[in-house]
Design a protein around this ligand. Structure first.
Ligand SMILES: Cc1cc2nc3c(=O)[nH]c(=O)nc-3n(C[C@H](O)[C@H](O)[C@H](O)COP(=O)(O)OP(=O)(O)OC[C@H]3O[C@@H](n4cnc5c(N)ncnc54)[C@H](O)[C@@H]3O)c2cc1C
Ligand code: FES
Ligand code: FES
Length: 491
């Protein structure tokens, strides 16, 4: 269970490193320990993408590729994986990603280019090597975690759409996974305790939690990583939950979708939007792809930021969560509660030290369901909400609301259920007067604060406007009282 020797595949060989401290980030390891300087540090907080690397996670004989931010990823979390940085590309001849960047004049400053290259390499592996054609929209999605201050995005998107026109270069998945299997089978001499634990099962996570009550639990580390790089926090032990098989479940039953707490944000949103495609725009505005590839739904919920984006939607979906712990016999038990009742105050929750969030469950859509979710932030991508609102309804045939649930973010110290607005809508006709009553109810229930993201007045106004927007969105364009098209209609 204790990670001692760290082993991963990089530059066509297995790298083995002893005594890597638990807090070491992947970027520090690459740049300082391995002297691989192509991975740049821009912000050290997951925002700029200069440090992007691509991880190849073995699944059988195949590798699953994910672009991630190495600056906030802990080094031990890549144990057993392949790590690709720009230095891996074009060892013998330029890789199509590099050729396309060159031909489209898309290589600009030396700081951002390695990160852009790696995001494009992730796109290349996941789309072009799977026989798909890259569209400008797809390219923008994959570049959502990379900032360019000289605003030279156009040629980079062009390069993304050009690289598939060059002869395809495939990685030898079988050889790489064989290398990794062989490395993990090779016994290593137990060195010192690095303090990094990565149990393979929930029981192991809970045992570690009991054994080291002061340890820091981490999942994708997209929140915790900043505590390391910006606040220089240290813990005697770190418990990584991302290998615990029970936390990786993603299951559809006839009635419910269950998402393991350690499922990545990207995969969790993909599952949610499989049933509710209207939430895709909201999904793609959650951070950028590298953060969604590392971060987890469980981490977002447990961190409990009042502006966390998963919670408004999950509250509107009446999500329940399970908190797992060990009973006196040492067996795993779970208590199940509505998501919103987890929160007790600003970033505080009712999870006991010995408990771990194990899954999130939402009902699958009813035949009469109608749902929308909106996020307001300063930037389109890679930015957290100032305000968010999600509303879910069931309506009967006479336009009367038979069930309503509303989640709100950015309105107080915790992610919240808009109970007053729900009461104003429940059992009423779905019409403008009802919406106006719901807007008044929102204003009555919530007193948002002013901060760097928005003023209290702005938040309160926008929250009511989003309610109105949801109603307008539900109306056929011809009966829209203002004769206006919503943003979604024109998108
Ligand atoms: C550039 C950037 C952009 C971002 N954009 C957004 C955004 O648009 N919207 C948004 O909501 N968030 C955003 N975030 C915040 C972050 O990505 C999310 O909160 C993410 O879901 C955290 O998940 P994680 O797995 O990385 O959690 P971690 O950082 O690993 O952990 C966060 C907290 O959750 C706890 N935890 C994790 N898993 C469990 C578990 N199973 N049981 C109990 N406790 C657990 C940890 O102990 C820690 O306290 C952004 C972050 C960055 C760096
Ligand atoms: S250095 Fe900016 S995202 Fe990592
Ligand atoms: S490529 Fe670095 S600022 Fe534009």
């Amino acid at each position: 269970m204790l990670n001692t020797t760290l082993k991963f595949y990089h530059r066509q060989a297995i790298v083995e490193l002893d005594n890597v401290p638990a807090h070491r980030t992947l970027q520090e390891l690459l740049r300082n320990d391995l002297q691989v300087h192509d991975t740049k540090e821009g912000c050290a907080e997951g925002d700029c993408g200069a440090c992007t690397v691509v991880l190849g996670e073995p699944q059988g004989d195949k590798l699953v590729f994910k672009a991630v931010n190495s600056c906030i990823r802990l080094a031990h979390s890549v144990n057993g994986m392949a790590v690709f940085s720009a230095a891996d590309l074009g060892a013998d001849q330029p890789h199509p990603v590099q050729t396309a960047l060159k031909e489209c004049h898309a290589s600009q400053c030396g700081f951002c280019t390695p990160g852009f290259t790696m995001s494009l390499f992730g796109l290349y592996q996941n789309k072009i090597c799977q026989g798909q054609t890259v569209t400008p929209h797809m390219a923008q999605e994959h570049l959502s975690g990379n900032l360019c201050r000289c605003t030279g995005y156009r040629p980079i998107v062009e390069a993304a759409c050009t690289m598939g026109k060059l002869p395809t270069v495939h990685l030898d998945h079988v050889a790489i996974t064989a290398h990794l299997r062989q490395a993990s089978a090779t016994p290593t001499v137990q060195t010192s305790d690095t303090g990094y634990l990565r149990p393979q099962h929930l029981q192991g996570v809970l045992q570690a939690r009991t054994q080291y009550p002061q340890a820091q639990l981490v999942a994708g580390c997209t929140d915790v990583g900043l505590w390391v790089t910006k606040h220089h926090r240290k813990w005697s032990h770190i418990i990584d939950v991302t290998q615990a098989q029970e936390l990786l479940r993603l299951e559809f039953s006839d009635t419910h979708l269950t998402i393991g707490a350690a499922v990545s944000l990207e995969n969790a949103w993909a599952a949610i939007t499989q049933d509710r495609p209207q939430l895709r725009a909201y999904w793609h505005r959650f951070a950028g792809l590298p953060v969604r590839n590392s971060g987890t739904m469980g981490g977002n919920i447990a961190n409990g930021s009042p502006i966390g984006d998963a919670m408004p939607v999950l509250i509107a979906l009446n999500a329940h969560i399970a908190l797992a712990s060990l009973n006196e016999q040492g067996h795993v038990t779970e208590r199940i509660l509505p998501l919103e009742s987890l929160y007790t105050g600003y970033k505080q929750n009712c999870m006991a030290i010995g408990e771990v969030l194990s899954w999130i469950r939402v009902a699958r859509p009813t035949a009469t369901e109608w749902m929308q979710a909106y996020k307001i932030s300063k930037r389109q991508e890679d930015d957290i909400s100032a305000v968010a609102l999600a509303i879910r309804l069931d309506m009967n045939t006479s336009n009367q609301v038979s069930a309503v649930s509303i989640g709100a973010g950015g309105v107080g110290p915790v992610p919240a259920r808009a109970t007053h607005a729900e009461q104003a809508i429940q059992g009423q006709a779905w019409q403008l007067e009802t919406i106006q009553a719901a807007q008044r109810a929102l204003a009555q229930q919530f007193s948002p604060i002013s901060d760097m993201r928005a003023s209290a007045e702005y938040r309160a106004q926008v929250l009511g406007n989003l309610m109105h927007r949801a109603w307008l969105r539900s109306q056929p364009a011809s009966t829209n009282i203002h004769g206006m098209l919503s943003l979604e209609d024109v998108a």
